[in-house]
Design a protein around this ligand. Structure first.
Ligand code: SF4
Length: 388
């Protein structure tokens, strides 16, 4: 029975489901944060009213220009990342969501992901977020103890992180956290992570190693010897995180990503499967019909309509990305039947290189499918580089 006040939805009223090859994602970059972390190489600046207003105006223009009705009809996932999207504040984030929802009103959206940092995540956001279909919230906790968060120079406390998670879980069951691993001076975060996933029904964990970004205070501190280079750290913390999350029922589905069954990030999966996606905002990247478009990285240049960089992806680039992205997917791996479907028979040097990695124990093979082994995981980049 149709609930009162709602029209019955006939099957042919539903937005048509695009075929897999036609699916399209939308990434929107929000370049604002409450401050600037010492290690940050992302396109972000401290939030302030005037640049936010100009950002929203320009984003609205870009969204209307780029998302034609034909493309809107293909968009299945939206990912609003940053920076810290909730640093916009409730009113400005509301305006951004309203603009996008309007343009995407007939899109077959399965998933809206919003990233946020705990210091700007509050109950005031819930009326904006709850109506979004397939809502996923991804909270940037990064570390789980106050002294470690402070050591990284981040704004929120561990308590604020916990409160943000509880509020997020009131908006949607589909909540994830982002973590930073491999900080040489910090102890493994495994004990706190274990107690977090045992006490709250978090469904997704992304855990990336800290990398040194050029021209950051962190890089300067490493150069002057006051901090250690994160490249010195081994994979042990990732092994500990993997064991703790697998024991709690998570699947390790991508090198840096874990999900409870049925809770993988659809937007990122589409990216790893090389489906097309549009990118809006400064520094945003998109790929459509073999053309990669990278927006001007600085907010000022993007606001001034600096043209994007356009690159036509040649076959060799698409093949390289196929190898790299598929081997990151630990359960699916690289399937040579799919290679053949896309590019023709695999060249003998590729088959030979895959064979050498299998012989070295870094890849496992079942029929035409190759996957990183646990021994190969810490050497994923080297394995992938040797296949080109
Ligand atoms: S919160 Fe993230 S994007 Fe913002 S400054 Fe820190 S590391 Fe950079």
């Amino acid at each position: 029975m149709t609930p009162p006040g709602r029209a019955a939805l006939r099957p042919d009223d539903r937005p048509p489901r695009p075929a897999a090859a036609d699916r399209l994602g939308l990434y929107v970059h929000v370049p604002f944060c409450v401050g600037k972390c010492a290690y940050c190489g992302f396109s972000s600046i401290p939030a302030a009213a005037d640049p936010i207003a100009r950002y929203l105006d320009r984003l609205s223009t870009e969204a209307h220009d780029r998302i034609t009705p034909a493309l809107a009809a293909r968009i299945q996932t939206v990912f609003i990342g940053g920076g810290n999207p909730t640093a916009l504040g409730v009113a400005a984030l509301g305006r951004l969501l309203h603009t996008l929802s309007d343009i995407l009103s007939s899109s077959p959206i399965e998933e809206w992901t919003i990233e946020s940092n705990p210091e700007t995540f509050s109950r005031d956001l819930l009326p904006l977020l709850r109506p979004l279909p397939g809502l996923r919230l991804s909270l940037g906790l990064q570390r789980l103890r106050d002294e470690e968060i402070a050591w990284l120079g981040r704004a929120a406390t561990a308590r604020q992180g916990r409160q943000a998670l509880e509020i997020a879980l009131a908006a949607t069951p589909n909540v994830g956290v982002d973590l930073i691993l491999g900080v040489p001076e910090l102890p493994p975060l495994v004990p706190e992570l274990r107690s977090l996933v045992e006490s709250l029904p978090v469904r997704h964990v992304s855990a990336y190693f800290l990398t040194l970004e050029e021209d950051t205070p962190y890089a300067a501190a490493v150069a002057s010897g006051t901090r250690r280079d994160p490249a010195e750290t081994g994979p042990e913390e990732l092994f500990g995180v993997t064991a703790a999350l697998q024991a709690a029922g998570f699947e390790h589905y991508e090198i840096s990503n874990f999900a409870r069954p049925g809770s993988r990030c659809r937007h990122n999966l589409a990216y790893w499967h090389q489906h097309d996606y549009l990118g809006l905002g400064p520094a945003a990247v998109g790929t459509l019909a073999g053309e990669r478009r990278t927006n001007a990285a600085s907010l000022a240049d993007w606001l001034a309509d600096a043209p994007p960089t356009i690159e036509r992806l040649d076959e060799a680039t698409r093949q390289r990305e196929f190898l790299m992205l598929r081997l990151r997917l630990l359960q699916e791996g690289l399937d040579l039947r799919e290679w053949e479907f896309r590019f023709g028979p695999p060249p003998p040097p590729l088959s030979e290189a895959l064979g050498r990695e299998v012989a070295a124990g870094l890849l496992g093979r079942v029929g035409p499918r190759y996957r990183l082994t646990p021994a190969g995981l810490p050497f994923a980049n080297q394995v992938i580089a040797r296949l080109f």
